[in-house]
Design a protein around this ligand. Sequence first.
Ligand code: ADP
Length: 322
Amino acid sequence: MFESAITRLTMWYVAIIMAISLLFSAWVYNAAVNELRGGLQHGAVRITIGKVDLTSIIDDELLASRQRLVVNLVLFNTAVLVVGAGASYLLARRTLRPIEESVEAQNRFTADASHELRTPLAAMKAEIEVALRDKNLKTQEARELLASNLEEIDRLSGLAEGLLTLARSDASPEMEVVDLSEVTAKVVKRLQPLAHVKDVHIALKTAPVKVRADYAHTDKIIGIIVDNAIKYSGRGQRVTVAVSRHDGYGLVAIDDKGRGIKEADLPHIFDRFYRADSARSSNGYGLGLAIAKKLAGDMRGFITATSEVGKGSSFELRLPKM
Ligand code: ADP
């Protein structure tokens, strides 16, 4: 598809270049012939010797000059065609490269998403088929199956929602003045029950910091990082969430003392569907941090992460200060 688009664009560029070159050649030809004719006639008047008629000599000279000019112009246009075609091809490739990359990324995204959707759907289908074949299926077993399927459906809904957030690249954030402490405190309060279940203690340190951001986006990002901090912490461990100001940015720092992230995994944790050590990972899809990074970028903010295996991780979200 791209090769044919490149060929068509190249042909358009070549057509434009050749049209300009041929027009230029026609103009040069006319101008040169007129100049030559004028010059030769003028010279002829001055060097008329006796009664010798110079008209035929002038015509011969003019014809020879014209032929030389045509040959030179043909050579010039051939050179323009060859060089122009090469340059047009390179230019067409360059022009279409970003579109090609974006289509490739979109295809990868679709393939990854289909893969992630297929696995749980296949598992659910198998479970249901086995249950249906069992003539003596008890109500209690059926209930367990439904509960397990419901859990899977919840995860799939989360996945669909995440995919939608990542795919909606044109939705621009609604920027407003956001009180970073307020939104952080709200997120922490919302996640307290989860922390409680895991016996993780969240220490919140706030300072009045106003940023320019989208409230819902900010809430979502902090939610993803704090949720991870709780998820990847051990029982009885502490998670610290601190809001402060730093170099023109509002900063939310989230530190945990959990299992940490391997050095090799760290550069990839913001990639879509990346799960470090997936066997031990929670039942997430590896979309959380990719979404957080995208939303932060949409608001001209950014997230950084540092970590040490066995010692814990630190995530920092920076958003432009008011
Ligand atoms: P997931 O849904 O798998 O948590 P994320 O995109 O949120 O997806 O995170 C990607 C991966 O980064 C996780 O699978 C996990 O391995 C790693 N990770 C993220 N946050 C932490 C953390 N606080 N501590 C340890 N590992 C983490």
